[in-house]
Unconditional design. Structure first.
Length: 296
């Protein structure tokens, strides 16, 4: 442990557009993404909206990757890793909401599980957290779109409980907005206002429409910090550093299927070691030859 003078490091933006259907989340994301990198070929859209990202192909030759149900966290992670390995600089996840509420998403999986509801959440929460960590730790700029719907609360009025509108609520797990650097709320007229802004660039500013200049402004902020010297740690070393079964599981699920297969013996050996040292026992999926997980 040591104390050091606080300084902001260069960063990759993690940003979300939250708004109702038809508010221009995808279009605004593309404009902002181009401002961040200045090269359409370095932008990729992970499209869960039935090819909707292709509607704006007139803007430039950006990349798309269509994923359909089941919208598991692992499928999103695989898509993010593929973009990273392909040299993409800006990843647009359109939309994040499917991972939570879509077919095969977290809520759908939970509703189909048998047994104790609370215990089932203890199994699903790490999977959702792995998806969030894949976003936060990505070496790419990431823009996510989040669907929103009208939220209501019950208030007492004249002795009766009356539902009242309290604004729009994002369709994702509570707390996701806390992880993002910027969250823009966007309305049906394509106007945005910063709901959360750690950069300070948009705090207290009136609503506006996103352009490529918005992306350039954010990029300047990202590049204004100190350069970070990255220390690369091999997968084998990361496995060795795991001190609990939970850490080992989280590391395992962050990897692509090919990496899981390549290091299967190391994961198994580490699991055995942790079990024999009285760590909490939990099953670690083994990669199978057909690309599906099996359990030991």
């Amino acid at each position: 442990m040591q104390l050091q003078v606080a300084s902001r490091k260069r960063a990759k933006i993690k940003l979300a557009f939250q708004g109702p259907s038809g508010s221009g989340k995808t279009y605004s994301s593309l404009l902002l993404a181009y401002g961040l990198c200045g090269d359409w070929s370095k932008i990729a859209v992970i499209d869960t909206e039935n090819h909707s990202a292709e509607l704006y192909s007139n803007l430039g030759q950006y990349n798309t990757m269509d994923i359909g149900a089941p919208y598991t966290p692992e499928r999103y992670i695989e898509a993010i890793k593929l973009c990273e390995n392909s040299g993409i600089q800006v990843i647009i996840i359109d939309s994040i909401s499917h991972e939570w509420e879509g077919s095969g998403g977290i809520l759908d999986i939970h509703s189909s599980m048998v047994g104790n509801s609370f215990t089932n959440w203890s199994k699903l929460t790490p999977r959702h957290n792995n998806f969030i960590q894949a976003i936060l730790h990505s070496p790419c700029h990431i823009i996510g779109t989040i669907r929103s719907k009208q939220d209501y609360v019950l208030n007492e009025k004249n002795g009766k409980m009356i539902p009242e509108k309290v604004g729009l609520k994002g369709v994702t797990r509570d707390g996701l907005d806390y992880e993002m650097t910027i969250v823009f709320n966007i309305d049906i007229k394509n106007n945005v206002i910063a709901n959360k802004d750690r950069t300070g660039l948009f705090t207290g500013k009136p609503e506006f429409k996103v352009t490529t200049e918005t992306g350039k402004t954010i990029l300047a902020w990202c590049n204004s910090g100190e350069e970070v010297t990255e220390v690369l740690i091999s997968t084998e070393d990361r496995i060795k550093r795991c001190s609990t079964i939970q850490e080992l599981l989280e590391l395992y699920h962050k990897q692509t299927l090919s990496v899981q297969k390549e290091f299967a013996s190391q994961f198994t050996q580490k699991r055995t070691l942790l079990v024999t040292t009285n760590q909490t026992i939990s099953e670690l999926p083994k990669p199978s030859t057909n690309g599906k997980h099996t359990h030991s």
